[in-house]
Design a protein around this ligand. Structure first.
Ligand code: MN
Length: 238
């Protein structure tokens, strides 16, 4: 099986989309886990009916899911991906976190944003936008209004990135609690864009996925391959 996350697919970055399209067509993995922020923005599953970039992405997902099981977990950017897209493409939505029993082990999979508890402002925003009431209200608005809101949020977040704001990282105590509750030793997550492997204590560790950017030098294009025997390998796709 292979995991990827944080591709932040968007029309403005066609090379990253192309790399992803190739990966989805060619990956030898027997299952693909998309662990959040596949899309830079997602304003509702009805967007695919409008054609365009999102419809192209949905077509890649559909073609891939015919060949190999595809599992999708939402991130903080694409949290409005829902059952309708899952049904249209044949992929399976995962809750966050999700326990994967594979080989002799239990793996805990997460996007990772819920573990960055130091960012209290974001956690309050997250609690609001993950609620059914907010989502119903938002999705009831016309597509063009939702797209304008998403653009506004992106500009806000780009402006924040220009400041020397320090983003909080995954909280170790919370990660260990999650692992203990899941009876798992290894957490695999994305979100922080800081690919690494961290020992959390004598028994638990977390493996962080890279984000994707085909235009970076060198390009960041990588999947994490987990073998049935429990070995973990980063697969460079550049
Ligand atoms: Mn994220």
């Amino acid at each position: 099986m292979e995991c990827i996350s944080d591709l932040h697919l968007q029309p403005a970055h066609p090379a990253t989309f192309e790399a992803w399209r190739r990966y989805m067509a060619d990956s030898p993995a027997d299952a693909l886990f998309l662990l959040g922020d596949l899309f830079e923005a997602w304003v509702g599953d009805d967007v695919i009916a409008a054609g365009g970039f999102e419809a192209e992405c949905a077509e890649v997902l559909r073609a891939t899911a015919q060949r190999v099981p595809v599992f999708f977990m939402v991130g903080n950017r694409d949290f409005l991906v829902g059952e309708r897209l899952a049904q249209a493409t044949g992929m399976t939505l995962l809750s966050d976190p999700a326990v994967l029993c594979f080989g002799e082990r239990r793996w805990l999979l997460s996007h990772g944003d819920a573990l960055c508890i130091g960012d209290t402002e974001y956690q309050a925003f997250r609690a609001q936008v993950r609620g059914a009431e907010w989502q119903q209200g938002f999705l009831a608005q016309p597509l063009s209004v939702r797209q304008a809101v998403a653009r506004g949020l992106r500009e806000e977040s780009e402006a924040l990135k220009q400041t020397d704001r320090i983003y909080s990282d995954v909280d170790t105590a919370t990660a260990v609690q999650w692992l203990q509750a899941a009876d798992a030793e290894v957490l695999v997550h994305g979100h922080t864009h800081k690919p690494a492997e961290h020992a959390l204590d004598a028994r638990h560790r977390r493996i962080v996925l890279t984000d994707w950017d085909a235009e970076a030098v060198p390009p960041r294009l990588e999947a994490l391959r987990i073998a049935r025997e429990g070995t973990v390998q980063r697969i460079g796709l550049a």
